[in-house]
Design a protein around this ligand. Structure first.
Ligand code: SOE
Length: 396
């Protein structure tokens, strides 16, 4: 069995989600042409990295990215470090001839995202951006339904990605609220997912309008560089200035004539991971809500009026995307025994293993990441100028 030897950068939320996926691949995806080997965890903090390697299942540890790249027993570098490190780490990994998997967003600005794409194309390595939600079975089903023409011409895309973990002013200044590290706030952290799904399911976006606000402008500084969500600073900690958006709303015009609305915030009390979208077409509508991730709502405009209504499709049949084994039977569990957040990463990394084994660029790759970054950048400019902005059409 071919092995794909992996080096992971970072061990916080996304590092844990990726580590779990590598561990689960042999169990749920036994038929793959290659299996991941969890070789090296790369982290700056001595002690913490060793402890996390032990906990997450990595065989070795390094504290220097250059040492990881110098190894000839590493095939794939997986980057879950904060956003401002992505482009540089990608460029170095590509130059070292390593295949690259990177968390979203690709970079903190369009120029860096383009440079990252250029680096991997020049090196001829496999590259994939981790927009894990595409491989939630119900979202892939939505894509299939739109592509099949079931909804007909698409008129509207409507996405909300709402969380509430920044509601308290006591939540400290972690990297996700620092522009120099994150690039933006809810825009790049959450709306990036909605934009990626919109580009994938509806199509290219021509222009956007946008408005943003920073609701809590100062937060207590953290002592440790803790990149978790939430957390508390020490009493009496000095205050730092928040320079990213806490909430963002955007309008979009798609190239195919559809209209889009997007909203992202981490201040929507009660919304915990409310990643939703709705597509309205001439022949019907579909709606997805991550907090009910195994279901897809569907309205067929051709149903008789007296029985018409949104129906709930449980996307848990073996025939649904990612749910069945090639030879028949359930990949995970029998129908309606539902999946979770972690399965979106398992499905994503399974396809990454195939891409690396077959040297075939997967979806979404860094070209998709650049397209999303172009929309993110246009939203930032539109909010600054208070006017519609054309999305830079990037040559892929
Ligand atoms: C925090 O808002 C976050 O962890 C995002 O960074 C992830 O991309 C999203 O999947 C869950 O929420």
């Amino acid at each position: 069995m071919k092995e794909i030897r992996v080096g992971l950068v970072g061990y916080n939320f996304m590092g844990r989600a990726h580590s779990n996926a590598y561990r689960q691949i042999p169990f749920y995806w036994p038929e793959l042409p290659a299996m991941p080997v969890m070789k090296v965890l790369c982290g700056r903090t001595k002690g913490r990295t060793e402890a996390e390697a032990q906990r997450l299942g990595w065989s070795e540890v390094t504290h220097k990215f250059g040492d990881l790249l110098a190894r000839d027993d590493i095939d794939l570098v997986d980057i879950t470090a904060p956003n401002n490190q992505h482009a540089e780490l990608i460029a170095q990994a590509a130059e070292a001839g390593k295949h690259v998997f990177c968390e979203k967003p690709l970079a903190t600005n369009l120029a860096d995202a383009k440079a990252a794409l250029k680096a991997v194309k020049k090196a001829g390595v496999i590259h994939m951006i981790c927009h894990n939600y595409r491989r939630a079975p119900a979202i892939s089903l939505a894509k299939q339904m739109v592509d099949s023409g079931l909804l007909g011409k698409i008129y509207h895309w409507r996405a909300l990605y709402l969380q509430d973990w920044l509601l308290s002013p006591e939540v400290p200044m972690m990297w996700r609220v620092q522009k120099k590290i994150a690039g933006s706030g809810s825009l790049g952290d959450l709306m990036a997912h909605s934009i990626d799904l919109a580009l994938w399911i509806v199509g290219d976006i021509n222009s956007v309008a946008s408005t943003m606000e920073t609701f809590i402008k100062k937060r207590p500084k953290q002592e440790s560089f803790d990149t978790g969500l939430g957390g508390k600073a020490k009493a009496g900690a000095p205050m730092g200035k928040v320079d990213v958006d806490d909430g963002v709303i955007a309008l979009a015009r798609f190239a195919n004539g559809a209209l889009g609305t997007f909203e992202a915030t981490r201040f929507a009390a009660g919304r915990k991971n409310y990643n939703t979208f709705e597509v309205n077409g001439e022949k019907g509508s579909i709606r997805f809500n991550l907090e009910r991730m195994n279901e897809l709502e569907y309205f067929n405009a051709e149903d008789d009026d007296d029985t018409a209504g949104f129906r709930v499709i449980p996307a848990t049949q073996d025939s649904h995307p990612f749910m069945g084994l090639p030879g028949g039977g359930p990949r995970y569990w029998p129908v309606a025994h539902i999946l979770g957040y972690e399965h979106t990463f398992i499905n994503t990394i399974a396809d990454l293993m195939v891409a690396v084994a077959k040297k075939k660029i997967p979806w979404p790759n860094f070209a998709d990441g650049v397209k999303t970054q172009a929309v993110l950048e246009a939203c930032g400019m539109a909010a600054e100028n208070g006017a519609w902005v054309k999305v830079p059409q990037v040559k892929i």
